[in-house]
Ligand binder design. Sequence first.
Ligand SMILES: [Zn+2]
Length: 147
Amino acid sequence: MMFVRRSYAVDLVVCVALGCDMFDCVFPTRTARFGSALVPWGSLQIKQKQYAKDFQPIDPECECPTCKRHSRAYLHALFKSDTAAMHHITIHNISYQLTLMRSVRQSIIEQRFPEFVQNFMRRMFSSGETYPGWAVDALASVNITLE
Ligand SMILES: [Zn+2]
C-alpha cells in the first residue's frame, strides 16, 4: 500500500491501524541524510536558515543522545561541513521511530489505540492543516474517527 507522503509517521500509524505490519524501514536514516529530523509535529529541515540561531534540541521531549547534547543551531552549522550532522540526526530519527512504535504498542496493550491515533493526528496536524482525506477514510474503515 502506498500513501501520498505528508509524513512518514502518519503513514506508519495509519498502517498499524489497518493491520499492516510492514513500513518504510529506511525512511528515518535516508531522510536524515537530507537534514530532515522527525518530530511529533512533523519534521524539521535542519538546513533551513531559521535553525541557525535556534539553541533548543531537535525535540525538547526526546531522550536521545543527539537531543541531550546538541542544539538545532549546532546541527545546522555542522551540516555545512561535516557528515557527522547526518549521523546525529539519524540517531535522533531512529530514536523517534522506536519511541513512536513503543507508544503504539503500549496503547494497544492498554486497549486505547484509537485514542492514541486521535491524539497523534491532532498533534501532527496542530498547525491548522486539515487531515488528508486518505487518512480520514482509512481510519474510518477501522472505526477510528478524526474530528
Ligand atoms: Zn532526539
